[in-house]
Design a binder for this molecule. Structure first.
Ligand SMILES: NC(=O)c1ccc[n+]([C@@H]2O[C@H](COP(=O)([O-])OP(=O)(O)OC[C@H]3O[C@@H](n4cnc5c(N)ncnc54)[C@H](O)[C@@H]3O)[C@@H](O)[C@H]2O)c1
Ligand SMILES: O=C(O)[C@H](O)[C@H](O)COP(=O)(O)O
Length: 378
């Protein structure tokens, strides 16, 4: 059995080799000749999976090691009898930590306490709900918008987008990209929505570029609308508008989900789904794959305040490194994808063991996702 895996899928070789012959290939585009004799295809979000790619090939299963699935024509796969699995939630923690890393940066730069701000979360799924939990653990008020969940009658107070636009100081988007249908999210933040944002609003897009109308956003910023903007995703990718990048406060190359843990979870989720599909069910413990982190252990004296939390967060991951890397190469063909391919190792907060002599600091850090313990420190 021949299994094609995207070359940007850590641990894929080691895992899929247990099931067959593995060939690592570029994802943008997948070399057509490799598909001619392959049985399974494991992709990332850069590969459009549809009839044009797979018709006439022997592919029987497609896995995408990503949360988003807008690059996959699931309806066609189903009618073609091709098995499919995504990796829901695999990188949700990474995106949450990206958002925190960015907000801590702006809080320090602009001199505000995050706990005095209200954060509007649009899309309260794997990412949005984890973001809500961590923000609330830190004492930040959140407002939630998720029409599909509201319509399903899920617990929680779900508000219309207009309310978040009116009342939130930070508006952060975490929806799938739906180009049409009842929950269309294409240009959810259009020119009208953007123009109604309060002065000083922080606008974040870490889901899919076209959820925010990039041309409209640039027009509003050029017209002097006072916003802070954090963009991890762009319309279009990889050829983002450099003029927009120059106007945003933080701009990165679609890497919000790129922790080692997030990528490893993505790979293991599709590996497990494929092993199940072929009737050779296997499970993988994530910690057997991951190396020791660069910073493994730290001691913290006394209580936790925003400045200390900011330093802890940035010790594990400081978004400025990815912002600087993108600004250096933006506009040069091929460089956006190269940044993503050669992404520097990044870990999640849980990789940092924090020994605290303050009980409350330890409890709070645990709630925020650090591996914290309360222990007297000599
Ligand atoms: N930048 C990155 O690296 C990165 C990483 C992970 C996910 N993503 C993107 O973020 C999206 C969200 O990720 P997730 O794991 O939370 O997905 P998810 O499917 O778990 O959650 C998405 C939520 O959005 C809601 N939603 C759908 N349409 C909506 C609309 N029109 N308005 C408001 N809410 C709506 C859904 O009901 C759901 O609760 C993914 O689909 C993916 O495209 C990006
Ligand atoms: O949908 C996702 O999971 C993310 O957007 C993911 O991080 C995208 O990364 P890629 O698949 O493009 O490497």
């Amino acid at each position: 059995m021949k299994i094609l895996v995207d070359e940007n899928m850590p641990y894929a070789g080691d895992l899929f080799r247990r099931l067959g012959e593995v060939k690592a290939v570029p994802g943008r585009p997948i070399p057509a000749a490799e598909l001619a004799d392959a049985d399974a295809l494991m992709v990332r979000s850069v590969t459009k999976v549809n009839e044009a790619l797979l018709s006439g090939t022997p592919i029987k299963f497609v896995g995408t090691a990503t949360a988003g699935t807008d690059h996959v024509d699931e309806q066609w796969l189903q009618q073609a009898g091709i098995g499919f699995s995504a990796a829901p939630g695999c990188n949700a923690i990474a995106v949450v930590e990206y958002v925190f890393s960015s907000l801590m940066l702006l809080a320090e730069r602009d001199g505000f306490d995050l706990r005095d701000r209200t954060v509007g979360i649009v899309g309260v799924g794997n990412v949005g709900s984890r973001l809500q939990v961590r923000l609330e653990a830190w004492g930040v008020k959140t407002l939630l918008c998720d029409p599909p969940r509201a319509d399903r009658g899920d617990d929680g107070e779900f508000l219309p987008l207009e309310d978040l636009v009116r009342d939130a100081d930070v508006l952060t988007f975490h929806t799938p990209l739906f180009k049409d249908g009842p929950y269309k999210s294409w240009h959810l933040a259009d020119e009208e929505v953007i123009s109604r944002l309060k002065p000083g609003t922080i606008l974040i897009n870490a889901c899919r570029g076209p959820v925010v109308d990039n041309a409209a956003l640039l027009r509003r910023l050029e017209a002097g609308q006072p916003l802070s903007v954090i963009l991890d995703v762009w319309e279009p990718e990889p050829d983002l508008d450099v003029a927009l990048l120059e106007k945003v406060d933080i701009g990165t190359a679609h890497i919000a989900g790129y922790t080692l843990e997030g990528k490893a979870r993505g790979t293991t989720q599709v590996f497990e789904a494929f092993s199940d599909f072929i009737g050779k069910r296997q499970q993988v413990a994530l910690d057997t794959l991951l190396p020791a982190p660069e910073f493994g252990r730290i001691t913290l004296h006394g209580p936790l305040d925003q400045s200390i939390l900011k330093r802890l967060i940035h010790l594990v991951y400081d978004v400025r490194r990815d912002d600087a890397l993108l600004r250096k190469v933006a506009g040069i063909p091929g460089e956006f994808d190269k940044l993503r391919k050669n992404y520097l190792e990044r870990r999640e907060w849980s990789s940092l063991y924090v020994q605290c002599d303050d009980d409350q600091a330890a409890t709070l850090l645990q709630k925020l996702g650090f591996n914290a313990v309360h222990h007297p420190i000599r």
